[in-house]
Design a protein around this ligand. Structure first.
Ligand code: ADP
Ligand code: F6P
Length: 464
C-alpha cells in the first residue's frame, strides 16, 4: 500500500477520463514489480470524493482509498508535503507544523489501515510504502495481528537534530515500529532511526534490531532500483531510436545535449543548476549554438505554496536565460513542464550526451538509474549529486556537490568535455551494476528479510 495508486486520471481530448501511469519514483519502482503478480495495491487515485471503483491494471487489483478535500489539504499537502517532506530533505525549505495537519495525518492513516485490514488475506503480507503512511504499521497491527507487515521509506530519514523538531515525533516512531521490518534507502538512515528510537522511546536498539514489547523489529538498508531490462529494451526499440534522432534534429543538431528530468520540486536543485548554466553561458564556456539544455520539470504538488513559488521562479529564470542568451530559433534552454510516456522519456535519455541529476537531497533518484539503463551503447555522461541516494551505488558518475556553484560549473564542464573512453568505462560499470541490482533484486532482498523477520519468535533479550 502506498499513498498513491500507480495511475493518474487525466482528461482525454474528447473529454473522457483516461488513466495513465503517475510520475514519481515510488510508482516507477513498484509498478513493474507487481505487474502480473497476484496482489492488491491499496492507495489514493488522486482527486477528492468517494473512492472510485477501478479495473485491474496490468493484473494488479486496485483498491482505492478516498480523500476528502480537507484530507487532501491537511494530510497530503499539509503534514506529508508541508511538514515531513521538507524536514526529511535537510529542511532545504522550512517545514511547517500545524496541529490540524497532524489530526488529518492520523485520520487518513487510520483509513488506510482499515482498508488494508479489510482486503488482506488471513496471514497475508502487507507492504506499506513511504512517509505518508508512517502510522499505518502500528494501526494495522492492532487491527490484524495475524499479518506480516513491512514498511519501506523511499525518502531520506533525517538525523536526530532535525527529526527532533517534530512535535509528534514519538507517535511517528511508534507507528513505524508496528512493522516487522523497516527498510530505508541508506544505512545512514537506519542508523538515524535507531538513534532516535533510543533517544525518544528509550527502547533497546541497534542499527539492525529494535526490541518493542515482546517483538523484535528488524531494520535495514535496501536501495530501491528500476526495471533495468525493461528500460534498456525500451531504449533500444527502433521507434525509440528513431524518435531520439528526430529529437536531436529538432533541437538543431547541436554538438551536445544536456538533459535534466525532475518533478518540479525544490529538493531537485533546479534553480542552482540553472544558475550554473547561466554563468557558463555568460563566461562563454558553453555556447548556445553548440550545446542545448533540455529541462523537463513535470508538475508536482501544484497546490502547495512552496511548489508554486518554485515554479514561478524557475520559469522566470528560464525566460531570463533564453532572453539573454538565446537566438531566433535557438533557445538556450528547452523547458518542458509536462508529463511524458515512457517511450518519450527513453528517447530523451537516448539523446542526452550529459544527464544532469543534481538534487540538493534525494532518497534515491530513479531518473539517474533510468538514464544509465537507457544508454544501451555505453555512451553518455552522468553528472550526479553526492546528495542523491543513487550516488552510493553509481560511483562512476561525475559526482558533484550541488550547493557549491563553482564546483557544479566545473563538474558540468568536465562531463561535457570528457573523452569517449572515460565516458564509456564509467557507463559500462554503472550499467553492469544496475543489471545486477534491479528492482527484482531489491524486492527479493527486502521480502526475504521480511520473511525471516516475521518468523522470528525470539525476543531481543535472547537474540542480542
Ligand atoms: P521522485 O521519487 O522524487 O519523484 P525519482 O527520480 O526517484 O524522483 O523518480 C521520478 C520518476 O518519475 C522517474 O521514474 C521518472 O521517469 C518519472 N518522471 C519524471 N519526469 C516525468 C515526466 N515528465 N513524465 C513522466 N514521468 C516522469
Ligand atoms: O519518492 C518520493 C515520492 O514522494 C513518492 O512517494 C512519490 O511517488 C513521488 O515522490 C511523487 O510524489 P507525489 O505522490 O506527491 O506526486
Amino acid at each position: 500500500m502506498a499513498n498513491r495508486l500507480p495511475i493518474d486520471d487525466s482528461m482525454a481530448p474528447d473529454g473522457a477520463c483516461e488513466w495513465r501511469r503517475s510520475p514519481g519514483g515510488l510508482v516507477s519502482a513498484l509498478h513493474p514489480l507487481l505487474r502480473h503478480t497476484p496482489a492488491t495495491w491499496v492507495g489514493w487515485a488522486g482527486g477528492t470524493g468517494p473512492a472510485p471503483r477501478l479495473p485491474d491494471i496490468d493484473g494488479v487489483r486496485m483498491h482505492s482509498v478516498s480523500l476528502t478535500a480537507e484530507d487532501l489539504r491537511d494530510h497530503y499537502e499539509g503534514f506529508a508535503n508541508g511538514t515531513l517532506w521538507p524536514l526529511y530533505h535537510d529542511a532545504v525549505e522550512q517545514p511547517v507544523y500545524h496541529r490540524r495537519w497532524w489530526e488529518a495525518y492520523q485520520r487518513v492513516n487510520q483509513r488506510f489501515a482499515e482498508a488494508a485490514a479489510a482486503v488482506a488475506e488471513p496471514g497475508g503480507l502487507v507492504w506499506v510504502q513511504d512517509y505518508h503512511l508512517q502510522l499505518v504499521p502500528g494501526l494495522l497491527r492492532a487491527l490484524r495481528p495475524d499479518l506480516r507487515i513491512g514498511f519501506f521509506l523511499h525518502v531520506p530519514f533525517p538525523p536526530p537534530e532535525l527529526f527532533m523538531q517534530l512535535p509528534r515525533r514519538a507517535e511517528l516512531l511508534r507507528g513505524m515500529l508496528g512493522a516487522d521490518l523497516i527498510g530505508f534507502q541508506r544505512a545512514q538512515a537506519a542508523h538515524n532511526f535507531a538513534q532516535l528510537v533510543v533517544k525518544v522511546l528509550d527502547l533497546p536498539a541497534t542499527d539492525r534490531r529494535i526490541g518493542v514489547d515482546d517483538r523484535v523489529v528488524r531494520v535495514g538498508a535496501y536501495p530501491v532500483s528500476i526495471d533495468t531490462a525493461e528500460m534498456a529494451a525500451l531504449a533500444g526499440r527502433p521507434d525509440v531510436t528513431a524518435r531520439a534522432r528526430r529529437l536531436r534534429h529538432d533541437l538543431g543538431d547541436p554538438q551536445q545535449v544536456i538533459l535534466s528530468v525532475d518533478r518540479m520540486d525544490y529538493t531537485k536543485g533546479i534553480e542552482q543548476r540553472l544558475k550554473a548554466y547561466s554563468e557558463l553561458l555568460a563566461s562563454g564556456d558553453v555556447k548556445v549554438r553548440d550545446t542545448v539544455l533540455v529541462q523537463v520539470a513535470v508538475p508536482s504538488r501544484e497546490r502547495v505554496g512552496q511548489y508554486q513559488i518554485l515554479r514561478d521562479r524557475v520559469e522566470r529564470e528560464v525566460g531570463r536565460i533564453n532572453g539573454e542568451f538565446g537566438r531566433v530559433g535557438e533557445p538556450a534552454i528547452h523547458y518542458l513542464n509536462q508529463p511524458f510516456d515512457r517511450a518519450e522519456l527513453a528517447a530523451l535519455y537516448r539523446v542526452a550526451d550529459v544527464m544532469a541529476v543534481t538534487p540538493l537531497r534525494d532518497g534515491m533518484n530513479l531518473v539517474a538509474k533510468e538514464y544509465v539503463a537507457a544508454r544501451v551503447d555505453d555512451t553518455g555522461a552522468l553528472l550526479l549529486s553526492e546528495f542523491a541516494g543513487a550516488a552510493a551505488e553509481l560511483e562512476q558518475a561525475y559526482l558533484v556537490n550541488p550547493h557549491d556553484l563553482e564546483g557544479l560549473k566545473q563538474s558540468l564542464l568536465t562531463a561535457l568535455r570528457a573523452g569517449p573512453e572515460d565516458v564509456g568505462d564509467r557507463m559500462r560499470a554503472m550499467r553492469a551494476h544496475l543489471h545486477r541490482h534491479d528492482i527484482r533484486a531489491w524486492a527479493r532482498s527486502y521480502l526475504s528479510a521480511l520473511d525471516q523477520a516475521g518468523s522470528l519468535v525470539t525476543r531481543l533479550g535472547s537474540t542480542g
